[in-house]
Design a protein around this ligand. Structure first.
Ligand SMILES: NC(=O)c1ccc[n+]([C@@H]2O[C@H](COP(=O)([O-])OP(=O)(O)OC[C@H]3O[C@@H](n4cnc5c(N)ncnc54)[C@H](OP(=O)(O)O)[C@@H]3O)[C@@H](O)[C@H]2O)c1
Length: 269
């Protein structure tokens, strides 16, 4: 089993990232927790060593300063959990380029910057990079198409990173949860949902999605699965989480795309 003693978690102030940080702290690890908000330390699990660093990962200077702080305390990381993310909703026809850029900036471009900065620290330990992707990477969600596209990008990124970094002992893995009950739902930006008649089905589609999210798995359970994957000796580049979502991902491999798109249109179209 791969041993984790030092980890960096982005988006550790809430939801899945907080769950990962808490479990690692409970196991006695040293955790570098990056997010814009810094929580009262008492809100985290006791046990290991917690370094909370206030950082907006979309801000280049903020990220440079965060990594300076990390490198003052350690010259190695076992795992990077690249997890910070958010979602926007709206019809493609209604979504301005500024919103598309915001969506990709946090979920993809800034994740790449965090990964690039963490690679030298991970190399020392022959470490792992876990990217929080989503079932939405494979299931193209209407009215959340840019969110889906960011997560599809992370799946490709994990696979290419794994190929590029394996010779240096680093493994990269995209993990695809389904619905998880977190603040993600309340943080979804719906300001362009709907704007024109192209988005008139947006609100009902998103309402259905949000109901499923609120009834979704507890982030603590999902965090445990992330950590189990990170500790695997021979991890795969892609993982779906949970029996139901694994079946959905399998159907996407086996069934014709036209049929799957019809099903998605029935559910969320
Ligand atoms: N919830 C779901 O159903 C679900 C399903 C599949 C995948 N996911 C993915 O899981 C990941 C975690 O989401 P979650 O569900 O745990 O939602 P969440 O509770 O809203 O957590 C998001 C985390 O990202 C951080 N964050 C947001 N913007 C940031 C920025 N600019 N710089 C640094 N940190 C930032 C937030 O902290 P601050 O606000 O303090 O910065 C927070 O800690 C996301 O990538 C999401 O796409 C979620």
């Amino acid at each position: 089993m791969f041993q984790i003693t030092k980890a960096l978690v982005t988006g550790a102030s809430s939801g899945i990232g907080k769950g990962i940080a808490d479990q690692l702290l409970g196991e006695g690890c040293e955790v570098f927790a990056l997010s814009r908000r810094v929580l009262d330390e008492n809100q985290f699990q006791k046990g290991g060593t917690l370094h909370q660093i206030a950082c907006d990962i979309t801000d280049e200077q903020s990220l440079i300063e965060a990594f300076d702080q990390i490198k003052e305390k350690t010259d190695r990381l076992d795992v990077l959990f690249s997890n910070a993310g958010f979602g926007i909703a709206g019809a493609i026809a209604d979504t301005p380029k500024t919103q598309v850029i915001r969506q990709f900036d946090l979920n993809v471009f800034s994740a790449v910057e965090v990964i690039r900065k963490a690679i030298p620290l991970l190399e020392t330990a022959g470490g792992r990079i876990l990217l929080t992707s989503s079932v939405a990477a494979v299931v193209p969600l209407p009215f959340q198409s840019f969110y889906s596209a960011t997560k599809a990008s992370l799946n490709i990124l994990a696979q290419t990173l794994d190929t590029e970094l394996k010779p240096f002992g680093i493994r990269a893995i995209a993990v695809m949860p389904g619905d998880v009950s977190t603040n993600f739902t309340d943080h979804r930006d719906k300001k362009v949902c709907p704007v024109t008649h192209y988005g008139e089905r947006c609100e009902s589609s998103i309402a259905r999605m949000e109901k499923d999210e609120r009834e979704g798995t507890a982030p603590r359970v999902i965090a445990g699965k992330f950590i189990r994957i990170a500790k695997k000796n021979h991890p795969k580049p892609l993982y779906g989480l949970g029996f139901f979502y694994k079946c959905v991902l399998l159907l996407y491999k086996l069934l014709p795309v036209r049929l799957m798109n019809k099903l998605i249109a029935l559910l969320y179209g």
